[in-house]
Design a protein around this ligand. Structure first.
Ligand code: ADP
Length: 722
C-alpha cells in the first residue's frame, strides 16, 4: 500500500501518514488537504512510502491543490533549515506556503472592450460618453465602467447587445510582463566586465557557487550583477532569478533600474504587499512565470521551481537576520539553498561582513573586487572632527566646523545629509528636581522623548505614554528635561542656525508608510530638500545627485553597545553613510564628529583603509574563537516571574550537556532584562568550527522540562545580543 507522509504548518515533531484514496494522483512535494483532529488542513506530501502489508488503519487524504509541488531539493532545504535554526519544520514550512487562494489558478472576470459594430442608431449622450471612455481606458468590468462614466449598467449592457462593446474573459491576477535579457546595459569598464564575465560563466556552467562582489559604493556592483541576471534569463525560457535586498532599500528607484534594464518591472516581494499582490506573486513564482523576483529576506522561501541565480545585495545588512519566530539569517540560508538546488549565489557589498570576506579570502567564495567608481564620481573625502577641540556651544550638538560646512554647502546650492542613529528628541528624560530618570514601568529601559508626537516612548518594548507635566516620582511641575540628542533635537538646532534651509527628517517615526518614504526620497533626489536629517534609514542604497556633504553627528554612538560586531557594524554603517556623498559628478565630503579620533576604527574610516581595520578585527575574533573562527549560539529564557525565572535559568545551566569544544556562558540577565512582563536570562554558547552547534542546542533543549509559561528561544549565529 502506498501512503503519503504529510508535513503540516504546525509545530508537530514529524510528518503524519495518510492513505492515498483510489483515483487521487499524488506526487511527492504536492500541496494537499488532509484530516487532522476535528478539521482538515493544508500540508505538503514530504514523501511517499510503500507498505507491503498495509495493516495500519490510516486516514485518507482529502484532496490535492492544482499547484506545482515543492521539489525534493527545496524540501530538503526546508528540513535542513529547520534543523540548522533549531526550529520546527512546520514553522519553516509556514514561511513557504501562503493562503490556499495562491494555490489555485487566478479567478477570472468579464471585462468590456470596444466592439466591432459601428455607432448605435440612437446615440444618446450617455452612450457616447461610454464609447469615448472605453476607447482610451484599460479594460474593466461592466460595473466599474458604469461607475467611472457615471451611467447605469443598463447603458453598458445595451451597447454590448448592439455589438458596439464586447466582453472578454480576463484573469484577476494576470501574469507579469516578461523581462528581456537582450536589452543593452551600460558599456562596462574593464574591471566591471571581468567581474561580469566571471559571474556569467558561473551561471552558464550551472550548479552551486558563491561569489562575493566587494566593491566601493558606486563602483557598479548592480550593473555587474545585471549582466549575470541577463545571462541566467538566457539559459532557458523558464529560468528564474532572485535578488534579495534589505527591506528598506526596496525603493521605486531600484525597481525603475530593473525596469530600464530588462524592459519590465520585476516581481516584488516584501512586507508592504497587499494580500492580492502576495497571492499573485506567489502563484507566478510557483509556476515559474515570475522570472525576476526582487524581495526582502522572506523572498528566500518562495517556491521557485527553477532558480538559476540568487543575489544578496548589501549582504552585510543587519535586516537579513530575522529575530522572531524562525530565527534565521537570509544570506546564510540563501547559500544553503543554493547548495541544495544547485544555483549560483552572488553576495554584493561595499562593506562585506567579516564572515563573507574571510570565506572569500580563504578561497571558499570567489572573490571579485571593484575598486573604481566609473565616470567622474569619486569616493568622498572623510575627515574627522575632534569634538574635544571643536566643542559645540552649550546645549548644541553640531560643532562649529560642521555648522560652517552646512552653511557653505547651502550657499553653493548643494545638499547635505546629517546622520544620527537616534530617533526622537532626546534619548533620556530626567527630572531636574529629584534626578529621576523616566523608565518603562518594571524595567530599566529609558524612555525617549518624542516632540513630534508629544510622547515618551520605549524603543525596546514599544511602551509609550503622553509626556507628563509633572515628575511621576516627586510631583515637581515643569521639571522634566530631555538629555542627549535625537534627530528631532538636531533638526531644531539646524532650524535655528540655518533658518532658510529646506529641512526634512527621515526616521520610522516621521514617515509611516513606504509611500511616504518614497515621496521623501524622490524630493531629495530632485533637489527639493537642502538638508535631510535621518537615522539609518537614510544610510542605504539611495543615490542623491546633488548631495555633497554628509555629517555624522555622533560617530562614536554605535560602538557603545559593545557586542561582538559593534566595531564592524559601526564601520559598515559609517562608510555607507559617508558613501552617500558625491555620487554624481560633484565631489563629496563626509565629516565625522568623534571624541576618539585616534581609535583604529576612526582612523580606518578617515584613510579609507578598510582592510587593515578588518584584519585587526579578524585577528581578535581568531584569538577569541569567535565567528568566523568559531560558532556562536544563544539561548534565551523568559518567564513571567522574576524569582522563578532566575531559578529556571540556573536549572537550565546545570542541564547543559558536556561536549568537547563547546563553552557555555551564563545564565546572565539579558541586557533587556524585562520584556512585556517577562524576565529574561541569556546563555551564550561558543564552539569550535568542527562542532555541530545546532545539534548541541537541540540536544540541550530536549533534556529540559520547563513549566508551560516558560519560553525558550534558540538563536544560532546570533546578531542581536539583547
Ligand atoms: P553600486 O551598486 O556599486 O553602488 P551602481 O551599480 O549603483 O553601483 O552604480 C553607481 C552609478 O554608476 C549608477 O548610477 C550606475 O548607473 C552608474 N554606472 C555604473 N557602471 C557604469 C558604467 N560602466 N558606465 C556608466 N555608468 C555606470
Amino acid at each position: 500500500m502506498r501512503f503519503a507522509r504529510v508535513q503540516f504548518m504546525l509545530p508537530l515533531p514529524e510528518p503524519f501518514d495518510y492513505a492515498i484514496p483510489e483515483g487521487l494522483h499524488v506526487e511527492p512535494g504536492q500541496v494537499v488537504r488532509a484530516p487532522l483532529g476535528p478539521t482538515d488542513r493544508m500540508g505538503v506530501v514530504w514523501d511517499i512510502g510503500e507498505e507491503p502489508d498495509g495493516e495500519r488503519e490510516l486516514k485518507e487524504l482529502f484532496s490535492t491543490y492544482p499547484s506545482p509541488g515543492l521539489s525534493q531539493p527545496f524540501r530538503d532545504f526546508i528540513s535542513w533549515s529547520a534543523r540548522y535554526t533549531c526550529a520546527n519544520p512546520g514553522a519553516v514550512l509556514r514561511m513557504v506556503l501562503r493562503s490556499p487562494s495562491s494555490l489555485v489558478p487566478s479567478k477570472t472576470e468579464l471585462v468590456v472592450l470596444p466592439g466591432q459594430a459601428e455607432q448605435p442608431g440612437r446615440l444618446t449622450p450617455a452612450r457616447q460618453r461610454v464609447l469615448e471612455f472605453v476607447e482610451q481606458a484599460m479594460p474593466m468590468t461592466q460595473a466599474e465602467l458604469a461607475r467611472e462614466v457615471g451611467v447605469s449598467t443598463s447603458v453598458v449592457k445595451g451597447l454590448i447587445d448592439l455589438g458596439c462593446l464586447q466582453t472578454d474573459l480576463r484573469q484577476v491576477d494576470p501574469p507579469y510582463r516578461l523581462p528581456d535579457p537582450e536589452r543593452e546595459g551600460f558599456e562596462l569598464t574593464d574591471e566591471q566586465a571581468s567581474a561580469a564575465d566571471h559571474l556569467k560563466g558561473k551561471v552558464r556552467n550551472g550548479g552551486f557557487s558563491v561569489s562575493l562582489i566587494d566593491g566601493v559604493t558606486g563602483s557598479g556592483k548592480t550593473e555587474v550583477y545585471f549582466e549575470a541576471i541577463a545571462e541566467a534569463l538566457r539559459q532557458d525560457e523558464h529560468s528564474q532569478v532572485l535578488i534579495l535586498l534589505p527591506e528598506i532599500a526596496l525603493t521605486q528607484a531600484i525597481m525603475k533600474r530593473f525596469e530600464n534594464r530588462f524592459g519590465a518591472q520585476p516581481t516584488e516581494w516584501h512586507s508592504g504587499l497587499s494580500d492580492a499582490e502576495r497571492r499573485r506573486a506567489w502563484r507566478e513564482v510557483a509556476h515559474g512565470r515570475a522570472r525576476i523576483v526582487v524581495g526582502a529576506r522572506s523572498a528566500l522561501f518562495l517556491p521557485f521551481p527553477n532558480l538559476r541565480l540568487a543575489i544578496v545585495d548589501e549582504e552585510h545588512d543587519g535586516s537579513y537576520k530575522q529575530e522572531d519566530g524562525v530565527v534565521y539569517h537570509a544570506r546564510n540560508l540563501c547559500i544553503a539553498r543554493g547548495r541544495f538546488e544547485g544555483f549560483a549565489t552572488v553576495l554584493a557589498s561595499a562593506t562585506p561582513a567579516l564572515e563573507s570576506l574571510s570565506n572569500a579570502r580563504a578561497g571558499r567564495f570567489d572573490y571579485l573586487r571593484l575598486a573604481a567608481r566609473p565616470g567622474a564620481s569619486r569616493l568622498p573625502d572623510v575627515d574627522l572632527i575632534d569634538m574635544r577641540q571643536h566643542a559645540p556651544d552649550k546645549g548644541d550638538w553640531l560643532s562649529p566646523v560642521l555648522t560652517r560646512e552646512l552653511a557653505g554647502t547651502l550657499a553653493n546650492g548643494e545638499q547635505s545629509l546629517l546622520f544620527l542613529n537616534r530617533r526622537g528628541y532626546a534619548p533620556l528624560v530626567l527630572c531636574k528636581a529629584c534626578g529621576e530618570k523616566l523608565k518603562t514601568p518594571g524595567t530599566e529601559n529609558w524612555l525617549t522623548e518624542h516632540r513630534y508626537t508629544g510622547r515618551l516612548v520605549c524603543h525596546l518594548t514599544g511602551f509609550s505614554m503622553r509626556r507628563p507635566d509633572a515628575c511621576p516620582k516627586c510631583g515637581a511641575r515643569d521639571s522634566l528635561m530631555g538629555v542627549g540628542p535625537g534627530i528631532e533635537r538636531v533638526a531644531e538646532e539646524v532650524r535655528r542656525k540655518l533658518p532658510e534651509a529646506r529641512l526634512e527628517l527621515l526616521s520610522s517615526d516621521t514617515v509611516q508608510s513606504g509611500d511616504d518614504i518614497r515621496a521623501l526620497i524622490m524630493r531629495m533626489e530632485q533637489g527639493e530638500i537642502d538638508i535631510l536629517i535621518g537615522t539609518q534609514m537614510i544610510a542605504k542604497g539611495h543615490n542623491f545627485p546633488g548631495l555633497t556633504l554628509v555629517g555624522v553627528v555622533d560617530a562614536d554612538a554605535s560602538l557603545k553597545g559593545g557586542d561582538l560586531r559593534a566595531g564592524e557594524r559601526t564601520f559598515q554603517l559609517l562608510s555607507q553613510v559617508a558613501g552617500r556623498a558625491g555620487r554624481a559628478e560633484k565631489l563629496g565630503r563626509a565629516l565625522l564628529q568623534t571624541y576618539d579620533p585616534e581609535a583604529p576604527l576612526m582612523q580606518a574610516l578617515a584613510h579609507t583603509d578598510r582592510d587593515s581595520f578588518l584584519d585587526c578585527e579578524e585577528e581578535m575574533r581568531m584569538v577569541m574563537g569567535m565567528p568566523p573562527h568559531g560558532r556562536l549560539a544563544a539561548l534565551i529564557l523568559s518567564f513571567p516571574d522574576e524569582m522563578e525565572a532566575a531559578r529556571l535559568g540556573r536549572e537550565i545551566g546545570m542541564a547543559a550537556p558536556n561536549a568537547e569544544g563547546v563553552e557555555v556562558w551564563g545564565p546572565a540577565p539579558a541586557p533587556i532584562a524585562v520584556l512585556r512582563g517577562r524576565w529574561r536570562w541569556r546563555f551564550l554558547v561558543r564552539s569550535d568550527l568542527g562542532v555541530d552547534l545546532s545539534a548541541y542546542m537541540a540536544a540541550w533543549r530536549k533534556t529540559l522540562k520547563l513549566p508551560a509559561q516558560a519560553r525558550l528561544q534558540i538563536d544560532v549565529d546570533p546578531y542581536s545580543f539583547l
